[in-house]
Ligand binder design. Structure first.
Ligand code: 5GP
Length: 190
């Protein structure tokens, strides 16, 4: 998505070789028009999959997942991050390390909002090592739902998450691929 690349260049900043700050676009402020554009693009790519639910992880995936769900005309569910480890029999829970916070959190989805007959599109903001994504993939599989694919706004291809998802045979579509953040410079793939 050319427009998104331009916005990342003008409004993003390199924190270090591993981390890109995109607070102005995804992680603190959101531009509704740009988010809707992303939602339309994911909806276009996955429309033939007869998606019944879009799913994401709170909080930064919510805006783009919402836009995608609106375009597809289906509900959007966000996995909640729980503070306690207590198992909830009415929810699917998985423990995942947090890339940015450096801690482990538990994510949960109520059994009410994910069923075995669902065809799920998983939408997220950024994929780095893929730990958050793998946690949610496990939840979708435990629920017995069909994972039709994954749409992620930004893939850092120098980290292993995207490749690991594709190696599992999951269709992963990303809008922008970043190949490097070294030397304080954002480099795109292609
Ligand atoms: P992963 O589990 O793939 O390692 O990291 C996923 C989550 O960590 C993303 O949903 C995103 O919120 C956060 N994250 C990972 N890398 C970056 C980054 O370079 N910049 C920002 N702002 N967040 C990131």
């Amino acid at each position: 998505m050319e427009l998104l690349k331009q916005r990342i260049l003008s409004e993003g900043s390199v924190v270090n070789d591993q981390v890109l700050k995109v607070d102005a676009l995804l992680n603190h402020q959101v531009d509704p028009e740009l988010i809707m554009e992303m939602g339309r693009e994911f909806a276009r790519r996955f429309r033939e999959e007869r998606i019944t639910r879009v799913i994401t992880v709170e909080s930064s995936g919510i805006s783009v997942a919402f836009a995608t769900a609106l375009e597809l005309g289906v509900p959007m569910v966000f996995a909640r991050r729980k503070k306690s480890v207590t198992t909830d029999s009415d929810a699917y829970c998985e423990r995942v390390p947090s890339f940015t916070k450096g801690i482990v959190t538990d994510i949960m989805v109520s059994k009410k909002f994910l069923n075995a007959d669902d065809r799920v599109l998983f939408v997220d903001d950024i994929i780095a090592n893929g730990d958050a994504a793998q946690g949610l993939v496990r939840i979708i599989r435990t629920a017995g739902a069909h994972l039709a694919g994954m749409g992620v706004v930004l893939e850092k291809t120098f980290q292993a998450g995207g490749a690991a998802i594709r190696e599992q045979g999951i269709r992963l579509e990303t809008l922008v691929k970043i190949s490097s953040l070294s030397d304080q410079t954002i480099r795109f793939e292609d």
